[in-house]
Design a protein around this ligand. Structure first.
Ligand SMILES: Cc1cc2nc3c(=O)[nH]c(=O)nc-3n(C[C@H](O)[C@H](O)[C@H](O)COP(=O)(O)O)c2cc1C
Length: 178
């Protein structure tokens, strides 16, 4: 099973990438032979702004390949202005919805306050549905203050992130009937 972990904050000093690196390390640490884990970090830059003219960088090409080939998408987004990250949406403009049916997604949403989580969960689940992707209904909601000096300071957050990975992989196995 191929897993792609995607951190969709474009900020160089993003907190989202801290959670997503933790997810990547945890998924790798499971030591499951059938798992191949890739990490796309939009804080690293290199993904082109979508223009539709077919000219894009190798980084963009590789990201399209990794997203399209993965069975499982673990997506982390910050809330910006009550929406998910525009960098996330930009990446998905490159993805062909005819090639994504039957995949499974797990979502992590990062914000400074608690009021926007369910709205953004709904929006992102809707985007996943457009791609015919089944979304784990139990997203992880985390506030940005649980990261200090690029480290997660809350054991509860770590435990919820691990649970999301475990449950999303289990859901993916059921969906693919392996
Ligand atoms: C442009 C912008 C808009 C934001 N809008 C919201 C918002 O609507 N609701 C909220 O709870 N936090 C909001 N925040 C706070 C971010 O969610 C928070 O800073 C988070 O750490 C951003 O993730 P990042 O560090 O991975 O970029 C906003 C931050 C920025 C930079």
């Amino acid at each position: 099973m191929k897993v792609v972990v995607i951190s969709t904050s474009p900020r160089k000093i993003a907190k989202t990438q801290v959670f997503m690196k933790f997810i990547t390390e945890y998924t790798n640490s499971l030591g499951l032979e059938d798992l191949e884990v890739k990490f796309i970090n939009l804080s690293d830059g290199g993904i082109d702004y979508y223009t539709g003219d077919g000219n894009f960088s190798d980084t963009t090409k590789q990201a399209i390949k990794n997203v399209t080939e993965a069975d499982v998408w673990i997506i982390g987004t910050p809330i910006y202005n009550s929406f998910f990250s525009s960098a996330l949406k930009n990446l998905f403009e490159y993805i062909d919805y005819k090639k994504t049916a039957g995949k499974t997604a797990g979502l992590i949403i990062v914000a400074s306050g608690n009021s926007g989580f369910t709205d953004v969960q709904t929006l992102l689940t809707q985007l996943m549905s457009y791609f015919n992707v089944i979304t784990n209904p139990r997203s992880v909601f985390v506030t940005a203050d649980t990261v200090k000096d690029a480290q997660i300071t809350s054991e509860d957050v770590k435990s919820r992130l691990k649970q999301l990975v475990d449950e999303t992989l289990e859901l993916a196995r059921k969906v693919s009937n392996d």
